[in-house]
Design a protein around this ligand. Structure first.
Ligand SMILES: Nc1nc2c(ncn2[C@@H]2O[C@H](COP(=O)(O)OP(=O)(O)OP(=O)(O)O)[C@@H](O)[C@H]2O)c(=O)[nH]1
Ligand SMILES: [Mg+2]
Ligand SMILES: [Zn+2]
Length: 300
């Protein structure tokens, strides 16, 4: 039977199948090859043999179409890749128009991670009810111009919620963004019976809790299905495995210019005849995006 891993914990896997959610273990021979932590992760499509009404065994794991990964400490002082979610169709980056204050630096950083991981991206501008529509659009205009879809939403007034539902249907989405922007509130608006903890309650639950980057995939009960992972942040994924000299191409509006610099290894920081800095001067690249690039490039 085909299944999808919704949750993984201490060697147990909760797998969504046509017979419902089964609690599964891995078939012994699967464990011989690798550590059980990377054999199957949430989002993995697996082949399952049902044992009884509630349990099963994972026989094999299908190849991953995409993945969201971070670096973690491995054996002998080496770094290893930690896959957080497999088969991600899109990343929904949630920002609030205000409270907490919008940070273009953080958005640019997230976008680099998404471009590098080759994941579709949706920008959600939440809490539009707290600002003037025109002010919200000013914050996100650059991103629409360079081709990212931006949804203006309010979990409170339900503005944009139908459009959000449409975006989530039939796909595996990772919903991320800093604390307090309204991730859980938006998902509750999409599907009220999810009943995710929000606001002060959510903060209290998280206090003293181990930081889990991704908890689980939540199946959506909508026509066409779909799954969402409500995650506190993909920030710690970091930019570790992105070579410094590749960062420019993950700023998508830089791409038409990167080959026009005088020096082939141009860092776009100080070289003469730099096409990127010329584009900034000509207004084809915004100063804010260029500043984000400079910061990421000099940190790398
Ligand atoms: N005015 C307004 N308030 C909102 C909106 N969405 C969420 N909030 C409020 O913002 C606060 C934080 O919302 P949450 O949904 O808990 O935020 P979160 O992103 O899930 O936060 P963490 O779980 O801590 O990562 C709560 O008090 C919500 O009621 C919105 O669209 N408009
Ligand atoms: Mg939350
Ligand atoms: Zn250059």
């Amino acid at each position: 039977m085909l299944g999808l891993v919704l949750r993984a914990q201490s060697g147990f896997f909760w797998v969504d199948t046509k017979s419902g959610v089964l609690e599964c273990k891995l078939r012994g021979r699967l464990k011989k090859e690798r550590q059980s932590s990377d054999i199957a992760v949430i989002g993995d499509e697996v082949e399952v043999t049902q044992v009884d009404a509630k349990t099963g065994v994972i026989e094999s794991v299908y190849e991953r179409r995409t993945k969201l990964a971070r670096r973690s400490a491995g054996s002998r002082g080496l770094w290893k890749e930690d896959v957080l979610v497999a088969n991600v169709d899109q990343v929904a980056l949630v920002f609030a128009c205000t409270s907490p204050e919008f940070s273009s630096r953080m958005l640019d950083r997230y976008l680099v991670i998404c471009e590098y991981s080759e994941l579709d991206t949706l920008i959600i501008a939440n809490k539009v009810d707290l600002v003037e529509e025109a002010d919200a659009q000013t914050l996100f205009a650059t991103y629409e111009t360079i081709g990212y879809p931006v949804l203006y939403t309010s979990a409170t007034s339900r503005q944009g919620i139908d459009a959000l539902c449409e975006r989530l249907h039939g796909r595996i989405s990772v919903v991320t963004g800093r604390s307090g922007v309204g991730k859980s509130s938006l998902l509750n608006a999409v599907q009220p019976d999810l009943d995710l903890a929000t606001g002060a309650i959510s903060a209290a639950l998280n206090k003293g809790r181990h930081i889990t980057t991704v908890a689980e995939l939540i199946p959506l009960k909508v026509p066409g299905g779909g799954y969402v992972a409500d995650t506190p942040g993909i920030r710690e994924i970091g930019l570790w495995n992105i070579p410094a000299d590749e960062i420019d191409i993950y700023f998508r509006e830089f791409r038409p210019f990167v080959n026009d610099c005088y020096f082939s290894g141009c860092t776009h920081l100080h070289e003469p005849d730099c096409a990127i800095r010329q584009a900034v001067e000509d207004g084809d690249i915004t100063m804010s995006r260029y500043d984000s690039y400079v910061r990421l490039r000099t940190d790398a």
